[in-house]
Design a protein around this ligand. Structure first.
Ligand SMILES: [Zn+2]
Length: 266
C-alpha cells in the first residue's frame, strides 16, 4: 500500500511512478550549494543520495481523495516507454500499478492537476497513453503559452494540449481556483511561468502538493538556492521563500515530487 497522509476528510496518497539518478552531477543542478548544505540535506533526506553521491530522484504523483468520493490526481509522472520523458527519465513508469495498489480505479480520477508541463510530470495524462479517459486536466495559461510558442522544440503542445482541447477535457486557469471540496490550485510561478501547487485543507489540517517548487531537501532548508532547471530563477526563489515560510509558520506538510521522503512536515 502506497504511503498515505490524512488531512481531516482528505486522504493524500503518494504514488511513485519511478525512481532514478539525475542526469547531471548534483553540484551542477544546485551550483550555489556548499558542502555543509549538502551534508545537512543528506542527513535530512538520506533516500535522495546514492552511496556514490548521485542525486536519486523519485518521480511522484499524489492522489487526493475527498472522503469516499472522487479523486484528484496531482501530476502524471514520466509515463510509459516511448513517452516525452523517455530521453532522460527511467521509463516505463508504474503509476497505473501504484494506483491499483492504492485501491483507486482510473475512472475515479475526475481531475488531473499538472503542476507544470515539464515532461516528467505529464506522462500518463497524454491522451494516447492515458488510462484516465474521463478526467479533466487542469493547467495554467502561462505554461500553455510557453509550450505553444516552443512546439518545434518540445512535444507537449502537440501530444498533450491539442488533443485534450479537441476532447474538451482541458481546463486552463490563470491563477488560483478550487478543484474539489477542500482542494484548490494556488499559483507558485518560477520553476515554469505557470507552475501551480495544490492545497488540500480541512479545518486546521493542511497539506501542499508542491510539484517542483522545490526539487530537493536542500531547497527546503535554504529556499534561496536556485535549481538549474528553474525557468525564472529569481521568481522561483521568491515563490519558494514565501511558500516555505508560510508552511513553516503553519506547521504544514509538504508533498514534493522528487524528494526521497514523500511527505515532509515543516
Ligand atoms: Zn520535475
Amino acid at each position: 500500500m502506497p504511503l498515505t497522509h490524512r488531512a481531516g476528510k482528505l486522504t493524500i496518497v503518494a504514488l511513485e511512478d519511478a525512481a532514478g539518478p539525475f542526469f547531471l552531477p548534483r553540484a551542477e543542478a544546485f551550483p550555489d550549494a556548499t558542502p555543509e548544505q549538502w551534508a545537512t540535506a543528506d542527513a535530512a533526506d538520506p533516500a535522495a543520495v546514492t552511496s556514490s553521491g548521485e542525486w536519486w530522484l523519485r518521480f511522484r504523483s499524489y492522489a487526493i481523495r475527498v472522503a469516499d468520493g472522487p479523486v484528484t490526481l496531482v501530476d502524471a509522472g514520466i509515463g510509459p516507454a516511448g513517452s516525452l520523458a523517455a530521453d532522460w527519465a527511467p521509463v516505463p513508469g508504474h503509476l497505473p500499478a501504484e494506483l491499483a495498489a492504492a485501491g483507486i480505479a482510473p475512472a475515479e480520477v475526475t481531475a488531473i492537476v499538472l503542476t507544470h508541463l515539464h515532461n516528467d510530470h505529464v506522462g500518463w495524462a497524454v491522451p494516447h497513453d492515458s488510462p484516465f479517459t474521463g478526467a479533466r486536466v487542469v493547467v495554467q495559461q502561462a505554461d500553455v503559452d510557453v509550450y505553444k510558442a516552443n512546439r518545434d522544440q518540445a512535444g507537449q503542445y502537440d501530444v498533450l494540449i491539442e488533443p485534450l482541447l479537441a476532447q474538451g477535457r482541458l481546463q486552463v486557469l490563470a491563477g488560483d481556483a478550487p478543484v474539489a471540496e477542500g482542494v484548490r490550485v494556488v499559483a507558485t510561478p518560477g520553476h515554469t511561468p505557470g507552475h501551480q501547487s495544490v492545497l488540500a485543507e480541512d479545518g486546521d489540517e493542511s497539506l501542499l502538493v508542491a510539484g517542483d517548487l522545490a526539487v530537493h531537501m536542500i531547497q527546503l532548508l535554504d529556499p534561496e538556492l536556485a535549481y538549474a532547471s528553474d525557468m525564472d530563477p529569481d521568481q522561483a526563489r521568491a515563490t519558494r521563500r514565501r511558500v516555505v515560510g508560510e508552511a513553516a509558520a503553519r506547521g504544514m506538510t509538504l508533498a514534493v515530487s522528487h524528494l526521497g521522503e514523500a511527505f515532509r512536515r515543516l
